[in-house]
Write a protein that binds this ligand. Sequence first.
Ligand SMILES: O[C@@H]1[C@@H](O)[C@H](O)OC[C@H]1O
Ligand SMILES: O[C@@H]1[C@@H](O)[C@H](O)OC[C@H]1O
Lengths: 113, 113, 279, 279
Amino acid sequence: ESFERFLLLNDISQRSNLLTEKLHGYILDKENSHLKDYRREKLKLIKDQNRLYKVMSTQEVTLTNYKNMIDSFLDEGDATIGAFQQDEINQYSNHFNEVLKINSFLQESTLDL
Amino acid sequence: ESFERFLLLNDISQRSNLLTEKLHGYILDKENSHLKDYRREKLKLIKDQNRLYKVMSTQEVTLTNYKNMIDSFLDEGDATIGAFQQDEINQYSNHFNEVLKINSFLQESTLDL
Amino acid sequence: KYQYHFVMVPEELDNDYWRLVEKGARAAADKYGVQLEYVGPKQANIEDHVKTIEMSAASKVDGIMTQGLSDEQFTPLINRVVEKGIPVITVDTDAANSRREAYIGTDNYYAGYLAGKELIADTKGKANVAIITGTFYANHMQQRVKGFQDAVKEEKGIHIIAVEESEISRVKAAEKATQILKDHPEVTAFFGTSALDGIEIAQMVEKYQKQNQIYIIGFDTLPETIEYIRKGTIKATVVQEPYQMGYGAVTMMIDLINGKKVTPVVHTETRILRLKDLP
Amino acid sequence: KYQYHFVMVPEELDNDYWRLVEKGARAAADKYGVQLEYVGPKQANIEDHVKTIEMSAASKVDGIMTQGLSDEQFTPLINRVVEKGIPVITVDTDAANSRREAYIGTDNYYAGYLAGKELIADTKGKANVAIITGTFYANHMQQRVKGFQDAVKEEKGIHIIAVEESEISRVKAAEKATQILKDHPEVTAFFGTSALDGIEIAQMVEKYQKQNQIYIIGFDTLPETIEYIRKGTIKATVVQEPYQMGYGAVTMMIDLINGKKVTPVVHTETRILRLKDLP
Ligand SMILES: O[C@@H]1[C@@H](O)[C@H](O)OC[C@H]1O
Ligand SMILES: O[C@@H]1[C@@H](O)[C@H](O)OC[C@H]1O
């Protein structure tokens, strides 16, 4: 979800700052403790980088679902009209109920994107 | 950018509400003007749907760039250390400048994601 | 990038048992290029479960794997989904009268029956039994209880004193166990029919220091259950194969989509596990 | 999904001329499976331009297409990028001394020279000329002005009264044209060396109702320029082929990446267009 992405990006941003500091400290002081810190943080940044794809690809499938839901919404809308024009009251009522339902799903899905 | 995505999602959300109302109005009143409105809005929703991929796929290339930037950042960090340990002061100074530069790019790129 | 997009909808997302089902499903998904979503209620709730399936169908996914939790609601729901062209495979819990293409999971009636026979043997045919089940409406829970009842019904020394539901909730399972201990001091045995029930029963029985007086048989082999078996608080548990259910559901769905013939009912292994069976 | 990832960095993103270059580039990108980013300064700004190239290089793209705007800054920049293993092709504006692999665009000196010869002919060798150019630092603008100056230098009746820069800005071009009209009433002709200059010159000349007294020759064939030619306010313009530049840059980059030999300098067509050349 968006909040997980926000946190991950925030972690990466802070970690690259920290790495820069540690590196700077190392080349200024030539202290091995800075180099150790640098290397430790480097591993963490690599892990965060790997998580980027996982977190972000959740986003991609959510988008696909959302796009397909719009199709379903429009399909049910067309089916409502078709059934309505054929005076098939049970049919168009059912289809319109689907329209209402999928519309509510669309409203809700926006939150996940 | 994030704002464009927000606006598009907002448009889709409102449009599907409007479509639902128009459809409801049509099956309640059997007025063709509602059907016309429905069909007009339907076309707009389809356009918005098509834009989803454009807006969202900008997001994907931005992610790839961001991920590769982290690699570049770490490459320059390692090059800084390597040159530093070889006492190649000009080299590690140049590489560290690259570290600083790419770190600022990373900070900035977060805003695009 | 992915060939298929499947959705698995369990009754409860962050349930340790269902995480094993997911793990098996992901293993198959990764192997065969399936984009697998694992979505559902954070806590068992049938309305949310139904809605998640409906949203998945509206999202036009390639296949849905879910429990056939109740005939009343799930059979028409599954039928509607299949009518939209999306194949459904039931996992863990069958809705045998729906249009689901296949079921993979335990033979739940038989599993309950095995539990009943084990209790008879372990209690030498004399026990006042309280049963804590997941939910009263779920098909598989009904079948487990039924199987158990059928196994013990001819035993004159076995009396079923109470049957309560935990709603797939640790907290509720503990609460019901405690209530039974207070309201029915004559109870000498518990049967927990979902993965978490036996664990919470054991916890309460230990809390009131009755582990030497009360016999417990549980379900599944979560680490906590295994730990209680080592301690002796739980005497036996009914084994299921959630990982295989998940893995098999995905491979069966791939076969369905590719037009291959699929066995309609696949029972995963079930048996009783005791302390002596542990390494 | 895409085989290649290229970046095109123009000096100004939403410039109508550069949108044509982008259009050509996208056509080739779509045809050959190239993920094409079109990024750069929203308004002409050399620091932003340099930074965009550097960010693209840090992003490890497969190829960068950009203007070689100035030798001083772009030659070392291009060299650093190529040193990181990313090929660079210059488009529209060359940095011939850099390690760019190829250039595709107008022969800018020659284009300026054609404009000078056209002005001589159209004014019968008598004109006081003001030049509005994009920027003084850009290589192609320098070459266009140089070519023009070389074409007119032997004409005793042609005097270059002023040379101003518009900074690739409509507003600034209009401002400079107005200033010249006020400060130099003796000016009888304008030469605009970037796509927007001629348009803004024409607008200001019309605003002060001098279109029958002032000769204008512009650059490029944006719709507004064509419109002004139909009206007669602009007498001629220098044609370029931005779409082909974009298309060619992408195909050349693909060839480079695939190890094919690429012609280092490809001049697109340039010629003069007048009213009589329009349909
Ligand atoms: O359905 C599941 C059941 O099989 C298991 O025993 O307990 C947890 C339930 O969710
Ligand atoms: O470089 C471009 C130039 O070729 C064109 O003539 O005007 C616009 C400029 O950006």
